[in-house]
Design a protein. Structure first.
Length: 159
């Protein structure tokens, strides 16, 4: 198998989103570290659909959220490196291979960015014992499913 066939060069978009994702998670981690003593012993550990806390627990749970975000982003990054395992949903030919894999890589990079933003924001809200807000869940749904819809439209549109 030709390995260069699977190489998808990084674009400026990939690089910017990589740095932003890393920056969000690092900033959240730094916030938790710098404010650890000021974080209450009991913080919100779960939020209802309206963004209001509905369960409480130990402050270490905000670190768990951050770790989950980092692990998810690392897994997404790993998947980005293996385009040969992607389920494209369309028939990949030599003529459309570059286009299809570029569209899917953009989707993966975007979803990873959204995951990083979500899992950077939630621990900070929990640490501050503040609600996520009624806007949080609809925005998350839009930011997750919006790029998927755009990707599907791009994949199935004939050029």
């Amino acid at each position: 198998m030709n390995d260069s066939k699977w190489k998808i060069p990084k674009t400026w978009y990939d690089r910017i989103v990589d740095w932003l994702s890393l920056g969000f998670l690092a900033a959240s981690g730094f916030y938790l570290w710098a404010n650890w003593q000021a974080i209450p012993k009991e913080i919100p550990t779960h939020y209802g659909f309206g963004g209001q806390p509905d369960a409480w627990g130990d402050r270490s749970s905000c670190v768990v959220l951050l770790v989950i975000g980092v692990v998810m982003c690392l897994m997404m990054w790993g998947i980005e490196q293996l385009p040969m395992i992607w389920n494209t949903g369309v028939t990949v030919t030599e003529e459309n291979r570059v286009r299809v894999y570029r569209i899917l890589k953009n989707l993966l990079v975007t979803i990873r960015f959204v995951i990083a933003a979500i899992f950077a924001w939630m621990p900070v809200c929990s640490a501050r014992s503040q609600p996520l807000g009624g806007w949080f869940m609809p925005l998350v749904m839009l930011l997750v499913f919006g790029p998927i819809v755009v990707c599907l439209v791009q994949l199935y549109r004939k050029k």
